[in-house]
Design a binder for this molecule. Structure first.
Ligand SMILES: CC(C)(COP(=O)(O)OP(=O)(O)OC[C@H]1O[C@@H](n2cnc3c(N)ncnc32)[C@H](O)[C@@H]1OP(=O)(O)O)[C@@H](O)C(=O)NCCC(=O)NCCSC(=O)C1=CCCCC1=O
Length: 381
């Protein structure tokens, strides 16, 4: 009986068609701000598998918390297509450089300085954004979001488009929309109700309060969470989050909620003293990649396709309407909110006086350049 290796050597074709859209390195599209790295796949025992890889798609914009620029969105679309058609790729690991941020969404500087007041331009940008989310949801390989740090705004949206998320426990999650002049309709309003229920989705999508990785695991928006802080050489749970009890004295769930007052401050001080180490995160990601490797590939792909359907159906139902509304929104509230974030500072604050705006609108005040200027945090001084 011929061995499998002999059969492969005898029958594998000499030429394979390249199904990539364009033959360009992903990095060349965005000055290296998105990296595509094929890393050797490993078995569960840690041994390297010859000829098979996991494709790491890495956001590389640390100074801006791995927010994505227009060029990064283009590169990401192609990166997921590249992984999808690469016969040697087992799974995609979608992550960011560093240990502060996976991604904080659209680039607010580009939004404020180029797209604000230009709905026709933002409509074109949103075609690319929509295609990025669709490329993740349509990837023919399982996609793991390696949450190396905060996952906020559009970062939360593209992260939820992945099939699995594994987070280091100092990462926060949440939306930014209504606080920065947008609505979380780039996927969050489609995915959140499915993943954490309508009530919790409403809280996150409207109030934009961040929540911890431990709460994210409890709510079911991530598959696993691992410690990342080392104090005295020993891993400890995020010291700013309640992790040692589940209920408070009234029977309410407190596990995963942020500590408050002096306890929270003490936790922040401990984080400053400690060292951040993502080795347990990488171990957990490699373990999942190894489990995915140990399956029939077409059955895996079919299972992904079926299990993605709830997200995909919600996404496809709404994405074009969302794109149109987000474009027009660049005339008023997005123009105001993203400029406030971009032009504000820690001292002046980076959000507008929402009450002042509401008071003006209550009197029928029209949206004029003058009104927008007056709402800038620096405009109040
Ligand atoms: C809450 C934050 C995420 C973190 O706050 P903090 O820890 O205080 O850090 P900062 O000092 O704010 O940020 C550090 C530096 O990073 C820059 N930064 C952070 N986020 C972005 C971003 N998204 N784009 C560009 N630059 C960013 C920040 O300016 C600091 O640099 P600096 O030089 O100024 O010191 C907080 O950072 C925050 O709220 N960030 C913005 C989040 C946001 O609004 N994202 C966009 C949401 S909208 C979106 O993503 C959408 C996607 C598609 C659909 C439509 C849509 O709206």
């Amino acid at each position: 009986m011929a061995r499998t290796d002999e059969i492969i050597a005898k029958t594998a074709p000499g030429h394979l068609i390249d199904h990539n859209l364009i033959d360009r390195e992903v990095e060349s599209l965005c000055d290296g701000m998105v990296r595509y790295e094929k890393r050797p796949a490993k078995r569960r025992d840690g041994s390297v598998v010859e000829g098979l890889y996991n494709a790491w798609i890495i956001f590389n914009n640390p100074k801006q918390y791995n927010s994505y620029t227009t060029d990064m969105v283009k590169a990401t679309i192609l990166a997921f297509r590249r992984a999808s058609v690469d016969r040697e790729v087992n799974a995609v690991v979608f992550t960011g450089v560093g240990d502060k941020a996976f991604c904080t969404g659209g680039n607010t500087k580009e939004y404020a300085e180029y797209y604000a007041g230009n709905p026709q331009e933002y409509r074109q940008y949103m075609r690319l954004f929509n295609d990025m989310v669709s490329a993740i949801l349509g990837c023919d390989r399982p996609v793991i979001c390696r949450v190396n740090g905060m996952r906020i705004g559009g970062g939360q949206e593209i992260g939820m488009a992945a099939d699995f998320s594994i987070a280091q426990d100092l990462a926060n999650f949440g939306q930014a929309g209504p606080k920065h002049g947008s609505a979380a309709i780039g996927g969050a309003t489609d995915f959140l109700p499915l993943m954490i229920g309508c009530e919790q989705a409403m809280v996150s999508g409207t109030l934009c309060e961040p929540f911890s990785a431990h709460k994210a695991a409890r709510l079911g928006i991530i598959a696993d969470v691992v410690p990342a802080l080392k104090v005295g050489g020993k891993f400890v749970a995020n010291p700013t989050v309640i992790t040692d009890r589940f209920l408070d004295e009234y029977g309410r769930i407190v596990q995963g909620e942020f500590k408050t007052g002096a306890d929270f401050k003490a936790g922040q001080a401990q984080i400053k003293e400690g060292e951040i180490d993502l080795s347990l995160l990488d171990e957990k990601v490699e373990e999942l990649c190894a489990k995915l490797l140990d399956t029939f590939p077409e059955c895996m792909t079919k299972s992904l396709e079926e299990l993605r359907k709830p997200k995909l159906q919600a996404w496809n139902l709404n994405k074009e309407n969302s794109r149109a509304w987000l474009a027009l929104n660049m005339m008023n509230e997005a123009r105001t909110g993203f400029r406030a974030f971009n032009e504000g500072t820690k001292e002046t604050g980076r959000e507008i006086d929402f009450v002042k705006l509401r008071q003006g609108l209550a009197k029928g005040t029209p949206w004029t350049e003058e009104l927008i200027e007056s709402l800038m945090p620096t405009g109040q001084k």
